[in-house]
Write a protein that binds this ligand. Sequence first.
Ligand SMILES: [Zn+2]
Length: 120
Amino acid sequence: MPEGYSKYHRHPGKPARTLQDAANDQQIIIVRCDHCRRLVNYLATDLVQVLNPSRPVYAPPFACSKCGTANYMIVHVKTPSLADHGHLVIRRLLGVKSVWEWGNRALGDQLERDKDLKRK
Ligand SMILES: [Zn+2]
């Protein structure tokens, strides 16, 4: 288990509940920053697509986007109720953006990109 995860493992006698466990149970990960009070709800099924599914569910998935630190973040896990449907706002994973990568190379140098294309 990577350094830093142990503090989010609350019951030494039991195995840590993982993000994958929460995703299997269709749970909501509620992340609150105690410093700036920002609160974000995520679906565990979204988070397992971008984070290590075996990480402890109570480890903050990201640093606070307002404060830039995860030091004050508290994670709660919730099973959605019928009343939540249509009302509870969830920060969803909408897609992946790709970006152009640029770098300086000497004229005539072969790019990794060209080598990759030849292999296919
Ligand atoms: Zn914050």
